[in-house]
Write a protein that binds this ligand. Structure first.
Ligand code: PLZ
Length: 425
């Protein structure tokens, strides 16, 4: 087997520089909460492929379902000759997403594609154009979703012009907005929407219930319900982007459930199919079905192998109670992170829910972001065998996103490596 160094050399000759990797080690296998590289080194996985392998890598049921499907047929295109697996995934989505109303789903390949389609559907259903998004939002890298995403570097720099009719308003970010209550932060955002956009022009309000790439920002209680209520009153579609938070990650099937919010549309991807590319828009039948037949689709959307993997992933989440597992991960990790924060005043805040936890690093005593120390902690973690991601508009947030099937032993080892990484500062 070629070494990571060999592969790195081959890579630089043929792979575009714009696609970068966090570490230069090449994977040979992965299972549960551990990855092994081609040089035989093991890594504790606190990344889960960016919140994708919630059921773990190569989860047994997922592997079996993929093998079975691959022997039957690999692709027909649902728009030409349909198949049961697509319908079954939509049945699961209707049952699992919040809201006891009639729902429809459409399947796609990536999170960005799901978000794009949610915007298309909302515009079509309302006959309006304006889309409201938030500070620190991340919704993807395609042209429309770049416009919806807040951060310029690395996502948008040099890639304009961007799509029109996107309006950004302030997010509830208790650590950085002076501790505004959810109601106050919502009133402020709504005031901006009404003055700068006009309620009757808004097709959709699009928000991550807990922000992902933007820094694992958890809005103050009451913020999401107030925005959902305002959207309803304004005749706008309330869209929850649950691509990172969905499928048990935050300790329930979907993060919207935490405050009893029932979004009109929900976008999902990542955790839905245990690592295979699948994404969905799910929502109120009358909104989804506003679009004419043929108005939504794509060659691969709802590929049968990806659908089989999704059905097996969902079954695994149910059987192993992975929402409970996410809460367990929090119950183990949070006290350790709090002890870490007590020891290192550079940790300004610990936040998140379930297995979506973060530490925001600042100059001690204030809220000035410390991106350099964040990068140093991540580097030390990587050198010691812990896969750890950073995030945040200011690049100063360390995030924990382990697979939900991580063992207590792996979790303990990962947290110990994280503690050791902080002591190198
Ligand atoms: N919406 C909330 O988290 C993907 C992107 C990493 P795709 N997040 C990881 C990167 O640097 O590209 C994401 C998300 C939320 C949408 C997306 C987009 O999902 O499957 O990457 O297109």
């Amino acid at each position: 087997m070629p070494s990571s160094d060999d592969l790195g050399r081959r890579r630089s000759a043929v792979v575009a520089r714009g696609v970068s990797s966090m570490i230069p080690s090449y994977v040979s296998s992965a299972a549960g909460g551990t990855l092994t590289d081609v040089d035989g080194r093991e890594w504790v996985d606190f990344a889960a492929g960016i919140a994708v392998t919630n059921v773990g890598n190569s989860a047994p049921k997922v592997v079996a379902a993929i093998k079975q499907q691959v022997e039957l047929f690999t692709h027909t295109c649902f728009m030409i000759t349909p198949y049961e697996q697509y319908v079954a995934v939509c049945e699961e989505l209707a049952a699992l997403t919040p809201g006891d109303f009639e729902k429809r789903s459409a399947l796609f390949n990536s999170g960005a594609e799901a978000v794009e389609n949610a915007v298309k559907i909302a515009r079509h259903a309302t006959g309006r154009q304006a889309i409201v998004v938030f500070d620190h939002a991340y919704h993807g890298r395609t042209n429309l979703t770049m416009a919806l995403t807040a951060k310029v570097m690395p996502y948008k720099q040099g890639f304009g012009p961007f799509a029109p009719e996107i309006y950004r308003v302030p997010m509830s970010y208790p650590f950085r907005d002076g501790g505004r209550s959810g109601a106050e932060a919502a009133a402020y955002a709504i005031g901006q929407i009404e003055k700068h956009v006009g309620a009757s022009n808004v097709a959709a309000v699009l928000i991550e219930p807990v922000q992902g790439e933007g820094g694992f920002v958890v809005p103050a209680a009451g913020f999401l319900p107030a925005l959902a209520a305002w959207s309803k009153q304004a005749g706008a579609v309330f869209i929850a982007d649950e691509i990172q938070t969905g499928f048990c990650r935050t300790g329930s099937w979907f993060a919207s459930e935490d405050e009893g919010v029932e979004p009109d549309l929900i976008t999902t991807a990542k955790g839905i199919a245990g690592g295979l590319p699948l994404a969905a828009v799910t929502g109120r039948a009358e909104i989804m079905d506003a679009v004419h037949p043929g108005g939504l689709g794509g060659t691969y959307g709802g590929n049968p192998i990806a659908c089989a993997a999704a059905l097996a992933s969902i079954e695994t989440m149910r059987e192993l109670d992975l929402a409970g597992a996410a809460r367990h991960i929090e119950s183990v990790a949070r006290p350790r992170l709090e002890a870490l924060a007590a020891k290192h005043p550079i940790v300004g805040e610990i936040r998140g829910r379930g297995a979506m936890l973060a530490l925001e690093l600042v100059v001690p005593g204030g809220i000035e972001p410390d991106a350099a120390s964040t990068a140093a902690v991540a580097k030390a973690a990587h050198e010691s065998g812990l896969l750890l991601l950073t995030c945040g508009t200011y690049g100063n947030v360390i995030r924990l996103l382990p697979p939900l099937v991580i063992s207590d032993d792996e979790l303990d080892r990962g947290l110990t490596l994280l503690e050791q990484a902080f002591s190198t500062l």
